[in-house]
Ligand binder design. Sequence first.
Ligand code: SF4
Ligand code: SF4
Length: 97
Amino acid sequence: MAYVIAEPCIGVKDRACVDACPVDCIYEDEDQLYIHPDECIDCGACVEPCPVDAIFAEDELPEKWRFYAEKNRKFFEGKEGLSPAPGKSKIDERVGN
Ligand code: SF4
Ligand code: SF4
């Protein structure tokens, strides 16, 4: 099992979760960020920092967002060698904040 990013991330994508993840298993696509289901160690550290409560343990996903578990998994199919998303702190450094 893994943690899953659901709908509230769409359009927010602030990467606070990336900074919190100890194993760099959060990746970015155009619409939202995704947690790699095989790399996630189920620590839960990303849940609290998310400003829009988008992250859930897979078995605690609200019913209406259950398909996000599959959406997260599908994102990684055939994509070996992807680089994890840069964290919020890294992005802030780049823009000089
Ligand atoms: S639960 Fe832990 S390992 Fe999994 S994505 Fe969140 S911070 Fe990373
Ligand atoms: S902290 Fe929440 S809103 Fe921000 S990128 Fe991560 S899942 Fe998306």
